[in-house]
Design a binder for this molecule. Structure first.
Ligand code: KIV
Length: 300
């Protein structure tokens, strides 16, 4: 069988026209409907088009282009290193890979919060250049005014409350939120204030299950948990944790696969094939006439 000389375009690029078998689009209305109907939905972080395509095929409805990209893609020690342009580029890639999925884009450290106008424009770039369905901001009630301004501009905001990794330096490390009665009340107040300000979705990271449950009971928007217990409508974990690609995973993100080992095995097999010169059939052929002319040009 003749092997194609170049990668077929359709395997790398994605079709522009909607396919007949295309999965239906997930929107904020879908998430709100699921919330009302008690449907639990899965969310995974995703940072590239190829993986997004597989996650869409698997039926994962919500993808988060998290600033954890700084750690798992760029190899930085913390999420504050995620560059804005890079995050917008990744968001667009994920949406191209999974056009029907609800794609949330993480606004990186200091892309909001310094100047309101700058934050609103940056959020707009995620929607326009990144084709995001919503932006996620790590916030507390002090960001309520900004969330209102963004909402007024037409930007759907996911308010990420609880543990906020972008604040780890200020706190001297990562922390779980809402573990004392006082901080549990503060977390409830943050969630309330941000929802009242116009947030279309809440995301709670690292909080006791009963505190998240109280937020879910008191809210009227979808609530996504990340280590916040089973009451949340949606659940998100970092994909690399679930795939067994990271060396450590939090208890709520136990690996469902061992892809790290699979990658290492595939790489070892390639090392072996290269050593043996076993490269498969060679696809780039010359015609007999050209081969003969080439041979003569070499004086053979
Ligand atoms: O950046 C991220 O991946 C996140 C999730 C862990 C919630 O914010």
């Amino acid at each position: 069988m003749q092997v194609p000389a170049v990668r077929p375009e359709s395997s790398a690029a994605l079709p522009d026209a909607p396919r007949e078998d295309a999965p239906s689009a997930i929107t904020i209305r879908t998430l709100s409907k699921w919330r009302r109907e008690g449907v639990r939905f899965a969310c995974l972080t995703c940072y590239d088009a190829t993986t997004a395509r597989w996650l869409e095929r698997a039926g994962v409805p919500v993808l988060l282009v998290g600033d954890t990209a700084a750690e798992v893609i760029l190899g930085h020690p913390a999420t504050i290193h995620a560059p804005l342009e890079f995050m917008i580029t990744l968001t667009a890639a994920v949406k191209r890979g999974a056009p029907s999925r609800f794609v949330m884009a993480d606004m990186p450290f200091l892309s909001y919060g310094a100047e309101d106008a700058e934050g609103i424009r940056n959020a707009g770039r995620f929607l326009v250049e990144g084709s995001a369905d919503a932006v996620k901001l790590e916030c507390d009630r002090s960001h309520a005014a900004l969330v209102t301004l963004m909402s007024r501009a037409g930007i759907p905001v996911v308010a990420h409350v609880g543990s906020r990794p972008q604040h780890a330096r200020r706190r001297g490390g990562y922390w779980a939120a809402g573990r004392s009665a006082e901080s549990a009340r503060e977390l409830l107040d943050d969630a309330r204030a941000l929802e009242d300000a116009g947030a279309t979705t809440l995301l709670i990271e690292a909080a006791p299950a009963e505190v998240a449950e109280a937020i879910v009971e008191r809210s009227s928007v979808p609530v996504i948990g990340c280590g916040a217990g089973p009451a949340c409508h949606g659940q998100v974990v970092v994909l690399q944790d679930l795939l067994g690609l990271t060396d450590w995973q939090p208890a709520f993100a136990a690996p469902a696969a061992r892809l790290g080992e699979s990658i290492a095995n595939a790489a070892r097999s390639w090392i072996d094939r290269v050593g043996r010169g076993d490269l498969g059939s060679h696809p780039y052929l010359m015609s007999d006439a050209d081969r003969e002319a080439f041979r003569r040009s070499l004086g053979r």
